[in-house]
Design a protein. Structure first.
Length: 631
């Protein structure tokens, strides 16, 4: 008997989709495909699942022909077949389902591009989204029971919560944890939870849109078990609001669930720049163009602008570098802010590039590299841009905190360039880097001693640059602000408290590490520093400062400029690099001169340039406005 021929897709109109009609459970994996207008579909379900790199070697019989699918998708279809019966405990049995791998001709780039533009509508119009995690495993029931326990705890503590912000924020403490009644940290349930969240679905970029736009609460299918998405979402939000998501015992992937859950419940759109910064590190894609395309259906720009900009239309005929460049240029021009450059590609060989799975040689230095990271978020330098959540009718945005005001809120001036890879911006050459000190050697073992030595080494390296006109108290304050990037709000602290915390930390390490070798200052010997730190550190918590500073010094260098300013900048910063203040940027940017234009090294925090000082100098005539070409 001859084998059925390979399936040949017919042409699909731009406003149509294909639906897979499932057969009832049997030994045969089969179904039928039909094309329908998106505005005239029969009731259907949409599947959310993780693409895998397995060989597509399992035959699916479709209308007398054969489509090859992966073993993982075979398992999903077999599970769906059992939901076609009336006793499946669904309001509507599964008859028709939309599965991207099957319902889109993956070999037709034009069709793929058109269908991606419809994805938001496809999932929002489905009866329900079905999430397939894969076959269950021995301990998965225990993990889901722990999630239910957290959800019940949320309901007991916050019965009226409708959004995550209704859950009071508090820092984690062992005392609070014990009071919740949740298992102790040595309980195996936490290990089972980690195993559950290691499933590939939880890090897939496409799931963000697939779940967030669903009109009804999605159903999670894990083997033969079923769970409700909202219970998982609320449990993740409770963990975040109670400080758990920062703990090593909690899987990083729970942050993804919390992000998706909050996007779905916010009721407002998110700007694309906000979506990208919230998801690019945490989520992965098989095709790196999908790090952008998977978010387009959620982006406010595709719903509030008169027409969809070309840069925000999926086009699989473009290379990854072209996609990222077009999107970044659109965002800078549209919003007149440089906040999106926070994840810029930077110098070739940049440390952040070494943390990524893929390298794109033709990506301009100023263009954000949104491709997959090979490490967890905790191993990536913290962004100096801020994600502002949606409120009322306002979309979530990416921007700068109020105290990051390097360019005095002046909008970006973008000049036309015949070469789209060149970004021409108006800005000021504010200073020059004269010293660049590595925060910590990568060869050191991780831990407190290496961190302490790094801070002591930085202190010794920078103290000789103390201007005679500057008091030691002001210098200590500058040093603490620089090493924390003045991000005290993220730790729930205040400027006054972080000064106490930082002074307590310096007092601790300097008094325990032969402070007499630090050298003299205009204030006297090392003992004068110790005495002053004792005064400044009253009521300070050294660990609070240490935690915050370590976050922002990670993969960065300590910088001293020719004018005596100190700060932190990209790990590739070198002596001689330009410190620029570019209109539209809340922070200074490190640039490196080349034969034509500049290489964009990255964002920085430079104490003494964060409050518009360079713009004031320009207004006095001390600095000149120039067009800076970034390549």
């Amino acid at each position: 008997m001859e084998s059925p021929p390979p399936y040949i897709y017919s042409h699909l109109a731009g406003d149509s989709i294909r639906l897979l009609g499932l057969s009832t459970p049997s030994d045969c994996l089969s179904g039928t495909l039909k094309s329908v207008k998106l505005n005239d579909t029969p009731p259907y379900f949409a599947l959310s699942y993780a693409w895998d790199k397995q060989t597509q070697n399992v035959p699916l019989q479709v209308d007398g022909q054969v489509l090859s699918v992966s073993p993982s998708l075979r398992d999903a279809i077999r599970r769906l077949q059992w939901l076609t019966t009336e006793d499946a405990a669904l309001d509507t049995p599964v008859k028709w389902v939309w599965i991207d791998r099957i319902c889109i001709n993956q070999e037709d780039f034009s069709e793929r591009s058109r269908q991606v533009q419809l994805m938001s509508s496809i999932y929002s119009q489905a009866i329900k989204t079905l999430i397939w995690l894969g076959p269950d495993f021995e301990s998965c029931s225990a993990a889901w029971q722990l999630i239910d326990q957290i959800y019940i705890l949320l309901q007991r503590e916050n019965p009226g919560a409708t959004v995550a912000a209704d859950i009071p924020f508090q820092m984690y403490s062992d005392r609070n944890h014990e009071a919740t009644g949740l298992p102790a940290w040595d309980d195996e349930l936490w290990r089972h939870l980690r195993k559950l969240f290691e499933l590939p679905w939880f890090t897939r970029s496409w799931i963000i849109q697939e779940v967030a736009v669903s009109r009804d609460d999605p159903i999670i299918l894990h083997g033969q078990h079923r769970y409700q998405w909202h219970r998982l979402g609320w449990a993740s939000s409770w963990l975040r609001r109670n400080g758990y998501l920062r703990l090593a015992q909690i899987p990083n992937q729970m942050q993804n669930v919390d992000t998706i859950f909050n996007i779905g419940r916010s009721g407002t759109r998110w700007r694309l720049d906000a979506l990208l910064v919230a998801t690019s590190i945490k989520c992965h894609a098989t095709d790196q163009r999908d790090k952008v395309y998977a978010l387009l259906g959620l982006a406010a720009e595709n719903h509030c602008l008169p027409s969809v900009p070309d840069a925000l239309r999926a086009n699989y005929e473009l290379e990854v570098a072209q996609v990222y460049t077009r999107v970044a240029l659109f965002l800078v021009r549209e919003y007149k802010t440089l906040s999106v450059l926070t994840r810029a590609s930077g110098v070739s060989g940049d440390a952040s590039q070494a943390l990524r799975k893929y390298k794109f040689e033709r990506l301009p230095s100023w263009v954000p590299n949104w491709c997959d990271f090979a490490v967890m978020e905790r191993d990536v330098a913290k962004s100096l841009s801020w994600l502002f959540p949606p409120n009322n009718a306002n979309a979530a945005t990416l921007g700068f905190p109020e105290h990051y005001n390097a360019s005095s809120r002046l909008p970006a001036k973008v000049f036309e360039s015949p070469d789209q890879s060149v970004l021409r911006l108006s800005g000021l050459k504010a200073d020059i880097v004269v010293s660049s000190t590595q925060f910590a050697d990568k060869l050191w073992p991780s831990g407190g001693h290496a961190r302490e030595y790094a801070f002591q080494r930085l202190w010794k390296a920078t103290l000789p640059f103390l201007p005679e006109s500057k008091s030691l108290t002001a210098w200590i304050a500058s040093w603490i602000k620089a090493t924390t990037a003045e991000q005290y709000l993220l730790s729930g602290s205040s400027a006054e408290q972080i000064l106490k915390d930082g002074s307590a930390y310096l007092l601790d390490i300097l008094s325990r590490h032969e402070h007499q070798q630090i050298g003299s200052t205009t204030q006297g010997g090392g003992q004068d520093i110790i005495g002053l730190l004792r005064e400044l550190s009253m009521g300070g918590d050294p660990e609070s400062y240490s935690s915050l500073a370590s976050n922002f010094c990670l993969n960065r260098r300590f910088i001293i400029t020719s004018k005596g300013c100190i700060g932190i900048g990209p790990e590739e910063t070198q002596s001689g690099d330009l410190v620029s203040v570019i209109f539209g940027g809340g922070v200074p940017y490190i640039l490196r001169k080349q034969e034509t234009g500049f290489v964009f090294v990255g964002e920085s925090y430079i104490h003494g340039l964060m409050s518009g000082e360079a713009v004031q100098a320009w207004q006095r005539g001390d600095l000149a406005e120039e067009i800076l070409e970034l390549r």
